[in-house]
Design a protein around this ligand. Structure first.
Ligand code: ADP
Ligand code: MG
Length: 301
């Protein structure tokens, strides 16, 4: 097969692993820089250009679109979809998971366990929003944040109020969430591929840190998750419509709650913690499922 990967940095562990596995199985694997693609939008003739030439026709495209290039990256991915190229994750599904409020709303509709979450645009609603989230301690998150940056724990209502006001003053969108104290600074990342959890790890934040992000100094180890956690991860992936994703959950007193669904999960942490060949499972999925024209949306939506 001819596989393209849309990625800004070809050298990341995750990208190199998928390339290595695909090439070892005899596939062609090109890493195409997302932002270097350019397109012409002509009636019924969707083309994509790169380095001065038209891209060849691929059998499948693996989108690894960084949060900072979501807007343009999804447009490039849609162009592939319009050509009928099979996307590992569809543009619409990635768009759902990238918008944290939209993702939460969709999962709530599907009855998936979530932390109590509130949001408002108007800063005059600050106190009300805090009250609805159950009061301090509370977690305040930037909607556009990743890697734990922009996630703040406020111990008192007073500090929560000032953090919310500061964020709003900077004109950024936030959400306010109940603090799941019993998670003890750890969370669970379940890797879902094709509707199955293929690997799971527990991440633990460093000493005195409530955020378990590996980028914030957290550590990871393999764990066995409960059937309820497994079902929650699978339902979250389905709710977003993602074939491949990392579902982050907290172990709360009221069962597993989903914090976010990541459409480009990193492979290094999870492969090293579990010893599972995640890249191999992703390429397996593409081999089984990639068919021309088998995109549900063909770039629509
Ligand atoms: P990011 O997208 O920046 O990774 P997350 O929503 O995943 O933001 O939050 C980062 C980390 O902070 C999580 O992995 C988790 O350890 C911790 N955390 C986030 N929300 C809560 C919460 N409501 N209660 C307890 N811990 C939380
Ligand atoms: Mg996270």
């Amino acid at each position: 097969m001819k596989i393209a990967m849309l990625a800004q940095n070809a050298n990341l562990y995750s990208h190199q692993r998928m390339k290595e596995v695909a090439e070892a199985r005899g596939h062609t694997f090109d890493i195409v820089k997302t932002l270097a693609c350019y397109m012409n939008i002509a009636s019924r003739a969707p083309r994509i250009y790169y380095n001065g030439a038209e891209l060849p026709r691929y059998d499948a495209v693996i989108p690894r679109i960084g949060a900072s290039v979501t807007f343009y990256g999804l447009a490039v991915l849609r162009q592939f979809e319009m050509q009928g190229v099979y996307p590992l994750n569809e543009s619409v599904a990635i768009g759902r998971s990238r918008d944290k409020l939209r993702a939460m709303q969709l999962m709530a509709r599907d009855g998936i366990g979530l932390p109590v979450t509130t949001f408002a645009h108007d800063s005059r609603q600050t106190e009300e929003v805090l009250k609805l989230a159950g009061g301090a301690p509370t977690v305040i998150k930037l909607l556009e944040g990743t890697q734990g940056i922009g996630v703040v724990l406020a111990d008192t209502d007073r500090s929560a109020k000032s953090v919310i006001e500061a964020f709003r003053g900077a004109n950024v969108n936030i959400m306010v969430q109940e603090f799941i104290k019993e998670a003890g600074g750890s969370d669970i990342r379940a890797l879902v591929v094709g509707g199955k959890v293929i690997a799971a790890m527990k991440r633990q934040g460093g000493e005195g840190e409530f955020r378990s992000n590996l980028h914030r100094g957290g550590s990871a180890k393999s764990i066995k998750i409960s059937p309820e956690e497994r079902a929650t991860a699978i339902r979250a992936a389905k709710s977003m419509g993602l074939n491949v994703c990392g579902v982050d959950m907290l172990r709360s007193n009221h069962g597993p709650v989903v914090m976010e669904v990541n459409s480009s999960p990193g492979l290094e942490g999870v492969e090293k913690a579990t010893g599972i060949d995640v890249a191999g499972k992703i390429i397996d999925f593409i081999e089984k499922n990639a068919r021309d024209g088998k995109t549900r949306t063909m770039g629509k939506g």
